[in-house]
Write a protein that binds this ligand. Sequence first.
Ligand SMILES: Nc1ncnc2c1ncn2[C@@H]1O[C@H](COP(=O)(O)OP(=O)(O)OP(=O)(O)O)[C@@H](O)[C@H]1O
Ligand SMILES: [Mg+2]
Length: 239
Amino acid sequence: MKIIAVASAKGGVGKSTFCCGVGKMLSVHGKRVLLVDMDIGVRSLDILLGVSEKTVYNWGDIIKGNCEYRKAVTETSKELFLLPAPIDFSTEYTPESFKNMLKTFEKDFDYIFLDAPAGLESGFKLATKVADSCIILSTPDAISIRAASYASENVRKSGVSNVRLVVNRYNKKIHKSINVDEIIDSVGARLLGIVPDSVEIYGSVNGQRIPYDSKGSQAFLRISKRICGENIPFRTKNM
Ligand SMILES: Nc1ncnc2c1ncn2[C@@H]1O[C@H](COP(=O)(O)OP(=O)(O)OP(=O)(O)O)[C@@H](O)[C@H]1O
Ligand SMILES: [Mg+2]
């Protein structure tokens, strides 16, 4: 079981969308995936995955002993599961209690993605303190790149050395003058992938399916293969 935190110091750069997209690709290719919403109070993965009516418990309930651990997990599609965030913060949510809670899922999942909230506070800290590796998301604009570099610095301070970068919402026409190598240098992390700015991905915020053969899905697929250790070449052509 691998625990991967998905983070950035900035909101709205596509962390939750990325978790759903890559999680979906891993799951349709036979991996068992758990997405954990780390945004205490402002959760969103349940809506993105179209299961907000089905979720009852959250990971806070597991830590507090309010429910048996499997009861807090909702299957959203074959092999893709969701563990929602609690509504309120509690001092019981420490890196130790959180890590122990995740360990109970050891035999159930191949990959656990921790979808961190915007900012560098509680949800971010909890996620990055327990993760084996971290994926930092940045869109190609200067504000987002700066936020991604803060996040990368903080993740390394938490003791995570395997930090990778995903450039999201890349549009070849708009970002003509943007050099991806410069983003890599600013963030200080190896590139894991580039996701195009796409109407299909945008539509997924309202629960629409991203067609499997769309550029967006194919970008998520390439990233999911790299996560599994495959050597897949990078391309920005037609993005
Ligand atoms: N590659 C993309 N192409 C088009 N739209 C995208 C892409 N990635 C994300 N979006 C859109 O950007 C918006 C923000 O995405 P999302 O909620 O995933 O960001 P976030 O980083 O998780 O935000 P928060 O920090 O608030 O949790 C959504 O409307 C989503 O559909
Ligand atoms: Mg989010």
